[in-house]
Design a protein around this ligand. Sequence first.
Ligand code: F6P
Length: 602
Amino acid sequence: RTDQQFWRGATLRWFSAPGLRLALGTGTTALVTAPRDPTSLGTVNSPIDATTTSAWAELDAHKHAFAPDLRGWFAEDPGRVERMSLQLGDLHVDLSKNLVTDEILASLVKLAQETGVLDRYQAMLAGEHINTTEDRAVLHTALRRPADAAPDLVVDGQNVDQDVQEVLGRLNEFADGVRSGEWTGVTGKRVETIVNIGIGGSDLGPVMVYEALELYANAGISARFVSNIDPTDMAQKVKGLDPETTLFIVASKTFTTLETLTNARLARAWLWTTLAEAGVDLSDEDKKADAVAHHFVAVSTALDKVEEFGIDPANAFGFWDWVGGRYSVDSAIGLSLAIALGPDVFGELLEGFHTVDRHVAETPVEQNVPVLMGLLNVWYVNFLGSQSHAVLPYAQQLHRFAAYLQQLTMESNGKSVRWDGSPVTTDTGEIFWGEPGTNGQHAFYQLIHQGTRLIPADFIAVVNPAYPLTDGEQDVHSLFLANFLAQTKALAFGKTAQEVEAEGTKGALVAARTFAGNRPTTSIFAPALTPAVLGQLIALYEHITFTQGVIWGINSFDQWGVELGKKLALEIAPAIEGDDAALASQDASTQALIAYYREHRA
Ligand code: F6P
């Protein structure tokens, strides 16, 4: 028997016997795990097959009788908007322009209940090994628990709160040192540019947040981000940099990622070359190592590998295997943010995340914004056949948000097996994509308005702009926001043939100018893009993804699908370089492409 402090002040009492684990909670729901077979996946219960629930049958019936009519629904129901508008921290979320009736929403809520979405969320918060294929806890929510959260979260015998606060404290101290100029490069100059070297979750989060909050960078330090193994990326990012004032952060959870380690070596070579060109004495190995110690720090869960690379472990910041790469921007992976934007801004970002974590934990499904948005996505994917989901920020600062969400959502839910290894029973993982408005309006909105596919879209906007500029005649941001409102209105309500004709259009042109409407959107509005609001937005999508994963029975926290390509790349590289035996083992198409490469190589 072991006792475990549970997330919200309750104690979990574990009883173990061969083949059985039983957890009794005080002040919370009891979790009972299935008999445990060491060769099977999972420490929590097997997924409930959503398609066998009574809610699924209800939704199926709704689908067959479905006649979407946003015009009619709005006309007949003056309470719809208020009823379907919810508050999530600072986010005002208007769900009213979605293709649902109250009856459909009720069935969706029931689906979440029948598949145990909130129970599994509690299991996640408590440190259950819900990442079944890697037998790991999933605790990104622990990264943003307040320092004074009580009681401490203890998972697998480890005090997670203490670990998180210890690293956060070191991270902030280091960031302050760099910002104040106490930390210098090898020639004594203060840092002016940080270059984060990472890929996937070790890049997309930091770059997205930096772009969104750059306005807060107030220490004279700017950030650049290198991710691609295409050497062009590194070449472009170090262009114009002074090596004496540049600090590289090598960010890699595993510290084995080909792209990141290759780029780290490229950066080290660049540092040595350019420092030498600037007259710095690098005549022996000790001096070179000293330069690396002053210009390289690392973030990783594999601190031994960091040391092997030559980075002083004192300048390395750890995190834990229970933080998935795409959920890691709020871990030490955010070091570039803590330095460029400051520990206070980073802290506010974390608070924003935590606001949403608490909302999900404490709010019934009917009012639970991330769960409801996840349920709506299930409705669109599994019942109305939509295959993609657009995220359209009306805030230029969020121009990398969709790119960030692509990894979060698709690496999480692009799966065909469930968390017990059985095949999924329904479609999963829609494609997330998007661009900021109004750019997208002049590119792909045509298809959303008049194409044959149903593309639910989230519009994200802020009331107060980062730069309140005027062109001398009007507040440009109001005009910008008018576009956000106009687009969601046009998508919802369309334009009938009669309305088109009433404007004088005749003949075949009438059909071309008609908008069917009933194109679903969610509007997310916030007072301004503060660090807290950004944290809330990220956590919102994390938990939408979680909700969909649970309903589909998916382990949203592994990513085996990226492994095969990585392995094959290592096998193919020698063939490109001229190894004929390696070439001979390739398929005919790969051989022909390599032949083309060899023929055209300059
Ligand atoms: O290849 C996919 C992936 O493992 C992502 O999940 C991860 O975010 C990225 O690679 C980078 O991994 P690492 O941080 O270990 O370098």
